[in-house]
Design a protein around this ligand. Structure first.
Ligand code: NAD
Length: 377
């Protein structure tokens, strides 16, 4: 059976869905691997690297012969047409709000899997693209902030005087936030963090940062069974905003990562809060693609809001594409392995498998995922 690795058509996408390591792995699993020419260029994997790992380098037209297509982003209308019906496509499908695209994909007869819907269970940890990519985004957010900041991050005691440590405040201490905390600490910043999930408190403390939050009864019950944040009440948000307002005024850098599944990102930093910050302060909004945590942040831009440089880069993992691709490719191949029949060595999708149940969007001409099934009727 043939795996085709696409070169991403979206110019904003620098990642690739395979690496030297994963091509070798797929060859060992018995697949023929075709990599589209130039697919790895932006991730520093050359066609020659892929060839040496056992792949063939080909054109986009060769996707027609594939049984499996590996991608970073959901295939475009043109790409859909270039696959044969029955092809399995594994990618970050971004299905929410894209029901039309999903219906077209179903109609083309493709079997698609959305990697970002992978359940967060132990068995699937090595396939968790949200975690692998958010981790890198949290790191890169600090690097981006440091690059815009015109002061030093660590405290420096020199013969010429003392430079104070930068004060960094991380809002949202999930996967990205915890890595941002760790990275800012490594650079020597004085780090504080907040979250609405009580479990985050200990994780923040274990990284050597101080936890800042209104810890009332609502806070103590704020985590869902899946470990995600709930949308907080208006009352809680107001109390938390007052606490944060006092705190932010003393910070040099704010990094926001707060998301709520299926909801727009909560607005956490107001223009008033930005205005209260010192001249030269920096804010990074990692939630900008989901509506943003910071008032005035702009998707894909660095803007000045109330005297603060607000960074709103899109596809932050793609800013460190070489690392992001390595991890993403590994997540994909680990999942692909579960779709290969142990005794047959052939692709066999078991609709009863919980990973398949959670991620499979379309199959046999229909949208099959319960969250989106209405889209094709
Ligand atoms: P996420 O990307 O959905 O959200 C980022 C963070 O923002 C979360 O910590 C959330 O609580 C926080 N947040 C939401 N609203 C907020 C508000 N108003 N103020 C402050 N913070 C707010 O979350 P995530 O990074 O995907 O992680 C969610 C949870 O899943 C965490 O507990 C994480 O440890 C857990 N997780 C488990 C696994 C696994 O078991 N395999 C893998 C990854 C993550």
């Amino acid at each position: 059976e043939v795996v085709f690795v696409s070169r991403e058509t979206d110019p904003a996408e620098s990642r690739v869905a395979a690496s030297v390591e994963t091509v070798k792995k797929m060859r060992a699993l018995g697949f023929d691997v075709i990599v589209e020419a130039g697919a790895g260029a932006a991730s520093r994997i050359s066609d020659a690297d892929f060839t040496a790992a056992g792949a063939t380098v080909g054109t986009a037209a060769e996707a027609k012969g594939a049984d499996v297509v590996l991608k970073v982003r959901r295939p475009s209308t043109a790409e859909i047409k270039s696959y044969k019906p029955g092809t399995a496509v594994i990618a970050i499908m971004d299905p929410y709000g894209n029901e039309k695209a999903l219906a077209a994909i179903a109609k083309a007869g493709l079997t698609t899997f959305a990697m970002e819907l992978m359940p967060r269970i132990t068995r699937a940890q090595s396939m968790d693209v949200l975690s692998s990519q958010a981790n890198l985004a949290g790191y890169q957010a600090v690097i981006d902030a440091a690059a815009e900041f015109d002061r030093a991050m660590p405290m420096m005691m020199t013969a010429a005087g003392t430079v104070p440590a930068a004060k960094v405040f991380v809002m949202g201490a999930g996967v990205a936030g915890l890595q941002a905390i760790a990275t800012a600490r490594r650079l020597g910043a004085a780090v504080t963090a907040t979250d609405v999930r009580p479990a985050a408190k200990e994780q923040v403390a274990s990284l050597g940062a101080k936890f800042i939050a209104v810890e009332d009864e609502e806070f103590k019950a704020a985590e869902t069974a899946g470990g995600y944040a709930k949308e907080m009440s208006k009352e809680y948000q107001a109390k938390q905003a007052a606490l944060v307002a006092d705190h932010i005024a003393k910070q040099d850098i704010v990094i926001t990562t707060a998301l709520i599944p299926g909801r727009p990102a909560p607005k956490l930093v107001s223009r008033d809060m930005l205005r209260s910050m010192k001249s030269g302060s920096i804010a990074v909004d990692l939630a900008v693609e989901r509506g943003g945590n910071i008032e005035g942040s702009a998707p894909g831009k660095v803007v000045d809001v109330e005297g603060v440089r607000v960074i709103g880069y899109l596809n932050v993992p793609g800013r460190i594409a070489a690392s992001a691709s390595l991890l993403y490719a590994k997540n994909l191949v680990t999942f692909l392995e579960t779709l290969v029949g142990k005794d047959t060595g052939a692709l066999s999708v078991n609709p009863e498998d919980e990973l398949v149940k959670a991620t499979m969007l379309t199959r046999g001409g229909a949208v099959v995922h319960p969250n989106f099934a209405a889209a094709d009727s």
